[in-house]
Ligand binder design. Structure first.
Ligand code: IPE
Ligand code: IPE
Ligand code: MG
Length: 251
C-alpha cells in the first residue's frame, strides 16, 4: 500500500489534492458498461466483466488514499428488468468478486458490507455475502458498501414500515418521529451521508440511489464509461469536490 505522501507527490498526478480535505464518503454509480461493450462489438456481459476490474482498482485506490467510505451501486431493484442472461452474468460476476475479495484485497483492511434487499438474492450469493461481511467486519480500512438489489424508495418504505409498527404497538409517539430515526432505520444506519456522488457515462440522474442520504451530497458527472474510469478520473472528481463551497442551507 502506498503511503499518502508518495501518492500525492506523484508527478503523474495532475491534480493537487488536499489530503486533509478528502470526501469522507464517496458514492459511485458506475454506469456505461453496456455502451463500452457495444462500441467494441462485444456482448454487454463483456462490459460488466471489464467494469468489475475497474471496481477492484477503484476500491484499492480509494483505500490507499484514505477515503473512509465508498458506496457503489452494482445492481438496482429495477435492474431485474434486464434480459435474464444479463442478470445472470451480473450476479455471477458479483459472486466472483466476493469470492476473490480476500485474495484481491489482501493487505488492504477493506471492510465489506452489502446494502439492499439481500433476502431476495440467490442462496449461494447470500451465503457468500454473509461470509465476506463476517470475515472483514473488524477491518479498519475503507468501508466498502456494495449496493446490491438496492433501491432508495424501497429502503425508505421499509424504514417507514418499521417506524409505523412501533407506533402501532404503542412503543413510539408520532411526535417523536424525526430525520435521525429514519436515517437509523435505513440500510446505511451508522454510515455518514455521502459527501460526493460520482456518476459515469454522461447520465445525470440518481436512478433511485441513496435518495434520502444524498440531500446535501455534491454531484459530479463524467462522460467516461465505467470500464475506462481510472485513478486520474477519481482524482479529478475529488479535485472538483475540493473546490466547491458547501453551504448546507446556510450562507
Ligand atoms: C452499469 O452499466 C452497470 C449496471 C447497471 C449493473 P450499464 O449496464 O447500465 O451500461 P449502459 O448504461 O447500458 O451503457
Ligand atoms: C443505475 O444504472 C444502476 C447501476 C449502475 C447499478 P442504470 O443504467 O440501471 O440506470 P438507468 O436505467 O440508466 O437510469
Ligand atoms: Mg446504464
Amino acid at each position: 500500500m502506498l503511503p499518502f505522501s508518495k501518492l500525492f507527490k506523484n508527478k503523474k498526478n495532475e491534480y493537487n489534492l488536499d489530503k486533509d480535505r478528502l470526501p469522507v464518503h464517496i458514492a459511485i454509480i458506475p454506469d456505461g458498461n453496456g455502451r463500452w461493450a457495444k462500441s467494441r462489438g462485444l456482448p454487454r456481459s463483456a462490459g460488466h466483466k471489464e467494469g468489475s476490474k475497474t471496481l477492484k482498482n477503484i476500491v484499492i485506490y480509494s483505500n490507499n488514499i484514505g477515503v473512509k467510505y465508498l458506496t457503489v451501486y452494482v445492481f438496482s431493484t429495477e435492474n431485474w428488468r434486464r434480459p435474464q442472461d444479463e442478470v445472470e452474468a451480473l450476479m455471477s460476476l458479483l459472486l466472483g468478486f466476493l469470492k476473490n475479495a480476500e485474495k484481491e484485497l489482501r493487505g488492504t483492511e477493506v471492510k465489506i458490507r452489502v446494502i439492499g434487499n439481500v433476502k431476495a438474492l440467490a442462496g449461494d450469493l447470500q451465503s457468500e455475502i454473509n461470509r465476506v461481511e463476517k470475515l472483514t467486519q473488524n477491518n479498519k480500512g475503507l468501508c466498502l458498501n456494495i449496493a446490491l438489489n438496492y433501491g432508495g424508495r424501497d429502503e425508505i418504505i421499509s424504514s417507514v414500515k418499521k417506524i409505523a409498527k412501533e407506533v402501532a404497538e404503542g412503543k413510539l409517539g408520532i411526535e417523536s418521529i424525526d430525520g435521525n430515526m429514519i436515517s437509523n432505520k435505513l440500510y446505511t444506519a451508522g454510515i455518514p451521508d455521502p459527501d460526493l456522488l460520482i456518476r459515469t457515462s454522461g447520465e445525470q440522474r440518481s436512478s433511485n440511489f441513496l435518495l434520502w442520504q444524498t440531500a446535501y451530497t455534491e454531484y459530479w458527472y463524467t462522460d467516461v464509461l465505467w470500464p475506462d474510469f481510472r485513478q486520474k478520473n477519481m482524482d479529478e472528481a475529488i479535485y472538483n469536490f475540493q473546490k466547491r463551497n458547501r453551504r448546507f442551507g446556510g450562507v
